[in-house]
Design a protein around this ligand. Structure first.
Ligand code: ADP
Length: 723
């Protein structure tokens, strides 16, 4: 052995890194990938520290191999450790995020047949045709392709290959990203864009950690502004790398296209919809510094950047940046943390910034850049409230007469409408008219959502589903199951009934499951091949549809029901985004918001376009209650298949909660989702003043009452979901 000890973090939910002996003759550095023995297995791990073995006599297992793969840059290792500490989670789970691309096999090289110098010993007309065809083709061909072109059987191709007349040529697969050219001309900027770009360029030129909030109304051209910030970063340093985070896969396509147009090269694309081989190429390219721009979903934040100089978080207010399963994190908050660790700049962009970011801007921690007008001749849509108490839809329908009239006008004018309803499927609830039983999922007790396209009842929490039964499973009555309330599929049905001649499409994660179908639908909508688009939030954000002039919000009150602390803020943001899709180009737009609460602060703020007053009122309420951003929150979620063990442990944990100045612990209470996948759930909520070290508090508390094996404890620092 070399007398050196390596701490190696394994991508597993373990509390810390393990020590291993470094074999003689190895040169090893922090960030290197190694194969480390754990029990009978060999696992991929990453070196997080190295030290001499002096005075340390414990016999340690030696490392098995140094993997011949890109190392994690020191900044990435530091970020992984920081993210785990911040979230009170296992560092190995953060590492698993960072190694996600490294474990995939790279795509196979492209193999094609090409002509060699050799000629067949025996010539036949078929063989002659093949040789002639290859001479003319001038490029390699796959066997089937060659046979078809020459009009011969694949047997002829195989025989020629066996004889050495044809031989395999391998070309490495093309990289799914190119080298961006920041010197290409950008769009001519309008004066407020130019001012924002100048401010960002000055900020970036200062170097080191810097943060800005790019706060511009929908359609003001925030993308153009951050494209120029990216250009200045790339131009200033030939090594510089840039990360652009987006909340939805459906949005990445449009942004990728704009980057490609601006820089003449494809950025690296990173999200779960990208094929694993390509993800491996992007991962390697980022680790080796060849991939300079990444556009991706939240998990791109964990990529092994070597020289990260700028992070852009677009639609920074969006709740999709929070990951709640597995490693729990908020990509916007961690983007700021990563920029700080890397000494990079971060730009948060939104038309409806989060209260947290507005507060940081107000406090002067973020530079606040505002764009108050739409670009060019486009103007913001006119917003009307439809009071459903005065003008309700007909029984069993969901579109009110004013909205139907507006849709008819829009259709007659040859323009497009978007009906926004944030509910997938056909109906959110199915119940039996005979016995009143609600259809629920057996292991989660949540309502089953009816999906008509597939004829199934689906639990949106766990994905569990069953065919819609003919008779009530509870009382056996036939034809007694009724669908209650609308989902997008039901709205589509209503729109078809009202406008049989219109071209209607649905945009939800069920109908548009991947990036390719999203691209196709966005293209069809942009080309005017759709008259009415019925959409969940998947289509309500970010897109530019020039001929879309009417947005109908079908149920504006939906997000306010059973509200948590951000219900009003979230509803405002979502509806401002959705209504902001209207009138983005030459033709002016309007939005109609159907609500039973037209006097609610959210509806008034939307109608009067008075975001600042709304947020000021929200902020005051939060401040009075000591809630984020004025205070801090953490959720502690206990779950177990064993209800009694759960109760007992919850009581024990409650008794051990440390007394702390400026900290309150609420609970344990049954979680609103009290049963998920057969596990009972209980929650604590911790509220703390901003001066409190919340992580230290949680770590101390957790250490005082070890959970039994049957009970799982999950900590969610800065929770966004309270279910
Ligand atoms: P935002 O992200 O602020 O909603 P976008 O950046 O998507 O806005 O811009 C809205 C529309 O205006 C897009 O179609 C964009 O191409 C166009 N646009 C914005 N700024 C310019 C500009 N300076 N020159 C030309 N077109 C622009």
């Amino acid at each position: 052995m070399s007398g050196r000890i390596a701490s190696v973090l394994l991508p597993l939910p373990l509390p810390e890194a393990f020590d291993y002996a470094v074999p003689e003759g190895w040169t090893l550095a922090v960030g290197d990938q190694v194969a480390a023995p754990l029990g009978p297995r060999l696992l991929r791990g990453v070196v997080t520290a190295l030290r001499d073995a002096r005075g340390d006599n414990r016999p340690l297992k030696p490392l098995a191999a140094r993997l011949d793969e890109a190392s994690l840059p020191a900044g990435t290792v530091a970020f992984v450790e920081w993210a785990a500490r911040y979230g009170c989670q296992a560092p190995g789970e953060a590492l698993a995020m960072a190694l996600r691309g490294a474990g995939h096999a790279p795509p196979r090289p492209d193999r094609r047949l090409a002509l060699t110098e050799a000629r067949p010993a025996r010539m036949t007309p078929a063989r002659e045709r093949v040789i002639e065809m290859f001479e003319q083709a001038g490029a390699g061909l796959r066997p089937g392709e060659a046979a078809e072109r020459a009009g011969v059987s694949t047997g002829v191709i195989k025989a020629l290959t066996d004889e050495g007349v044809l031989a395999w040529r391998e070309t490495p697969p093309a990289e799914p990203f190119g080298d961006p050219d920041p010197a290409r001309p950008g769009a001519g900027l309008n004066p407020s864009q130019a001012a924002a770009v100048e401010a960002l360029a000055a900020m970036i030129a200062e170097g080191g950690f810097q943060a800005a909030l790019l706060d511009g109304v929908t359609g003001s051209g925030k993308t153009e502004v951050y494209l120029e910030a990216v250009a200045s970063v790339l131009a200033a340093d030939p090594e510089a790398q840039v990360l652009v985070l987006l909340p939805e896969i459906a949005l990445t396509q449009a942004v990728l296209a704009r980057f490609e147009e601006r820089f003449g090269a494809q950025p690296g694309e990173w999200h779960s919809g990208v094929a694993t081989g390509r993800r491996r190429q992007v991962w390697d390219g980022v680790a080796q510094g060849r991939c300079r721009i990444v556009v991706g979903a939240r998990s791109a934040l964990f990529l092994p950047f070597r020289t990260l100089r700028l992070v852009v978080v677009d639609e920074e207010h969006d709740g999709s940046f929070k990951q709640e399963e597995g490693f729990v994190y908020h990509a916007r908050d961690l983007a700021v943390a990563r920029a700080k660790l890397e000494g990079a700049a971060v730009v948060l962009a939104s038309a409806t910034p989060s209260l947290e970011s507005l507060w940081n801007a107000e406090q002067g921690r973020y530079r606040w850049l505002r764009l108050n007008r739409r670009h060019g001749r486009a103007v913001l849509p006119e917003i009307g409230l439809v009071d459903l108490r005065d003008t309700p839809p007909e029984a069993g329908r969901w579109l009110s007469p004013p909205l139907v009239a507006a849709m008819a006008q829009t259709l007659a004018a040859g323009e497009q409408s978007l009906l926004f309803l944030n509910r997938r499927g056909y109906a959110p609830l199915v119940l039996c008219k005979a016995c009143g039983e609600r259809m629920t999922s057996p292991d989660s007790q949540s309502w089953l959502v009816e999906h008509r396209y597939t004829g199934r009842l689906v639990c949106h929490l766990t994905g569990w589903s069953m065919p819609k039964p003919e008779a009530c499973p509870h009382c056996g009555a036939k034809n007694s199951l009724t669908s209650i309330g609308p989902g997008v599929e039901r709205l589509e049905e209503e729109a078809r009934r009202l406008f049989p001649e219109a071209r209607i499409a649905v945009f939800s994660s069920d109908t548009i499951p991947d990036a390719d179908s999203a691209r196709a639908l966005v293209a069809a909508m942009t080309a005017g091949e759709i008259d009415i688009l019925v959409a969940t939030q998947a289509a309500a954000k970010g897109h530019n549809f020039p001929n879309l002039t009417l947005v109908g919000v079908v149920d504006a009150d939906l997000g306010l029901r059973g509200g948590d602390l951000r219900a009003a803020e979230r509803t405002f943001q979502l509806l401002a985004q959705a209504t902001g899709r209207a009138g983005r180009a030459e033709r002016s737009g309007r939005a109609l918001i159907q609500t039973y609460q037209p006097d609610h602060a959210v509806m008034q703020a939307l109608k009067l376009r008075d975001r600042d007053a709304f947020f000021a009122a929200e902020g005051e309420a939060r401040q009075a209650a000591g809630l984020p951003p004025y205070g801090r929150l953490a959720a502690v979620i206990l779950s177990s298949p064993d209800g009694e063990a759960l109760e007992r442990y919850a009581r024990a944990l409650a008794a051990e909660a440390p007394n702390g100045e400026g900290v309150e612990v609420y609970g344990p209470a049954d979680a609103p989702l009290a049963l998920v996948r057969g596990r009972r759930r209980k929650r604590f909520l911790v509220r703390a003043d901003r001066s409190v070290d919340l992580q230290a508090y949680l770590t101390t508390w957790r250490a005082r009452a070890k959970p039994p094996n049957a009970v799982r404890v999950d900590i969610d620092v800065d929770p966004y979901s309270f279910l």
